[in-house]
Write a protein that binds this ligand. Structure first.
Ligand SMILES: Nc1ccn([C@@H]2O[C@H](COP(=O)(O)OP(=O)(O)OP(=O)(O)O)[C@@H](O)[C@H]2O)c(=O)n1
Ligand SMILES: C[C@](O)(CO)[C@H](O)COP(=O)(O)O
Length: 225
């Protein structure tokens, strides 16, 4: 069994809705409900830690209740000002020996991604979901191209990201001590442990709802589900 930390404590500034994009309804249900159901439907998920802004705890509880998502496996905790701090808060209540961290803003995660990440982490291997980049990549400094990295080695990283709970906690404590802020879990594991991070096949449909055009795509993807 694993614990899933589902992150929903952001503000969604790039989405520009004027409210947290996690509350936005797609096909009659809030984004957070679509995402959380992916984990509740998985029998190997022992706990869902839903991380929300402390001012939105009641709103989230009401949303879940309205959607008929009342489940003893769900625990709500308040998040922090950065994604990494929200993960840290979530980690404090994780009960299972393996943890999967997932962006609540990625409602198109699949059971296969979840299972593959879990199976690897259960055996001690941290894992992330990723897809090969499709475009040519450039490193640009001050508006000038300084390098064209080998595209065959470049991946676009998604969630879930899984690890043995103690390992991820250790990496987070080290990051806290040294004031390091990473944009995903793997970057902390890479920096503070010598354990390699495995890559699980993601999907180009496992988008993070970030900017307004992502909502148009989400509507289409939900029809196809
Ligand atoms: N302090 C934060 C910041 C982000 N998140 C969550 O982390 C995920 C990925 O973050 P992102 O898409 O960047 O969300 P926001 O921070 O909400 O968006 P923005 O950066 O546009 O404000 C989202 O599910 C978001 O709710 C979080 O739990 N706590
Ligand atoms: C973890 C992540 O989803 C990988 O792509 C991403 O880094 C989080 O997004 P953010 O915009 O940096 O919060």
């Amino acid at each position: 069994m694993y614990s899933a930390i589902v992150l929903a404590a952001g503000i969604g500034s790039r989405m520009g809705l004027g409210y947290n994009k996690m509350l936005h309804q797609i096909k009659g249900q809030p984004v957070v409900v679509h995402t959380i159901k992916k984990f509740l439907n998985d029998v190997t998920c022992g706990q869902v830690v839903l991380v929300v802004n402390e001012l939105e705890i009641e709103t989230m509880q009401q949303l879940l209740s309205d959607a008929g998502v009342k489940n003893p496996r769900i625990e709500i905790v308040s998040g922090g000002s950065e994604r990494q701090y929200s993960v840290y808060h979530g980690l404090q209540v994780v009960r299972e020996e393996v943890v999967l961290v997932h962006d609540g803003a990625r409602p198109f995660v699949t059971q296969q991604m979840i299972s593959e990440c879990f199976e690897l982490a259960k055996k001690g291997h941290p894992s992330i979901v990723a897809v090969p980049v499709k475009d040519t990549m450039k490193r640009v400094v001050n508006g000038v191209v300084v390098e064209t990295p080998n595209r065959d080695e470049m991946y676009s990283v998604q969630t879930p990201q899984a690890a043995p709970t103690e390992l991820l906690k250790k990496a987070h404590e080290a990051a806290k001590k040294t004031h390091f802020l990473g944009t995903d879990e793997a970057s902390l594991i890479e920096k503070y442990t010598d354990i390699p991070v495995c890559v699980v096949k993601g999907a180009y449909t496992n988008i993070k709802l970030t900017t307004p055009e992502d909502l148009l795509m989400a509507e289409q993807l939900l029809v196809a589900e």
